[in-house]
Design a protein around this ligand. Structure first.
Ligand code: ATP
Length: 283
């Protein structure tokens, strides 16, 4: 049996370009891996691929990115082995934290190993990009600047571990819907990720917290006008900066230490709200 962790991510910055002719958007994003993770267990089988999980929000058939990743690997390599896969889901689903993408990346890494395929990281990155725009970063890990559709990655220096508070309301947001709304709104002001990149190079927590930016915030906030209050709530509880995670609806807040994140999370506990305290993860 092989166990692999699948780490959640946040976008410290996310700039979205206009929709391209192939339907995708060009992105520029400073991405950061979190300690919060799912766990995947793999057991080799003769040919069948099966997935089980106790989480009822996650499909277990061919819609699951874990199954898609396993099938893509087999198609790509001609490998005939199968796998029995168990998913222990801790990352909230459809929350903007890249849980499905993290699981897909962990599957590529796990099965490359279990099936003895010997694929290079470059090849895994290529396959990951076919599964979803966040998958390459989930393979890459740490802190990185992602461009293109998310497949062009440059490693950035990691800030010393920051505390991260995650607050999720009782509903989910579909990424596709957030992008549709984004396309209907006027162009956002051009945002330059340079301040964030500089903050990371200097390891300056305050600069990082002040430079948070997400172009999708306006789109998801238009659909869910109660979300800005959650953001204000995080700032009011002591977060140094707060931002919507990915396409939402989770809002994250930054704290200078894991202990401070725990204190902020305790202040926010509220019925109907899920709150986590985690930290940024190093590569
Ligand atoms: P993204 O921003 O990458 O679209 P997200 O973090 O907002 O993702 P996910 O948790 O990845 O959201 O889930 C999005 C949808 O993908 C879910 O509604 C679910 O039906 C489907 N899905 C497929 N595979 C998985 C998986 N392994 N874990 C969670 N959801 C999955």
């Amino acid at each position: 049996m092989l166990a692999v962790k699948a780490f959640a991510k946040i976008n410290l910055t996310l700039s979205v370009g206009r929709k391209r002719s192939d339907g995708y958007h060009d992105l520029e994003s400073v991405m950061q891996q979190l300690e919060l993770h799912d766990l995947l267990e793999f057991v080799i089988t003769k040919d069948e691929i099966s997935l089980t999980t106790e989480n009822t929000e996650v499909p277990t058939g061919s819609d699951n990115l874990i199954v898609k990743a396993a099938e893509l690997l087999r198609r790509h390599t001609g490998c005939l082995w199968g796998a029995r896969i168990r998913l222990f889901k801790n990352i909230p689903v459809a929350a903007g934290l890249g849980g499905g993408s993290a699981d897909a990346a962990a599957t590529l890494i796990g099965l490359n190993n279990l099936w003895g395929l010997g694929l290079s990281m470059d090849r895994l990155l290529e396959l990951g990009a076919r599964l979803g725009s966040d998958v390459p970063f989930c393979l890459f890990g740490g802190t990185a600047l992602a461009r293109g559709r998310g497949e062009v990655l440059d490693r950035l220096p990691e800030a010393s571990p920051m505390g991260v508070v995650l607050v999720k309301p009782g509903f989910s947001v579909s990424t596709a819907e957030a992008y549709r709304m984004f396309d209907d709104l006027p162009d956002p002001e051009v945002y330059d990720a340079q301040t964030m990149v500089l903050g990371l190079h200097e390891g300056d927590f305050e600069t990082i917290a002040q430079a948070l930016h997400n172009d999708l915030e306006r789109a998801t906030f238009t659909m869910h006008p109660e979300l800005p209050q959650l953001k204000d709530g995080l700032l009011g509880a002591g977060a140094a900066g707060a931002l919507m995670a990915g396409s939402g609806p989770t809002i994250f807040g930054l704290a200078p230490s894991p202990e401070e994140a725990r204190r902020i999370a305790d202040r926010l506990e509220h019925p109907g709200l899920s709150v986590w305290a985690t930290t940024t993860a190093a590569f």
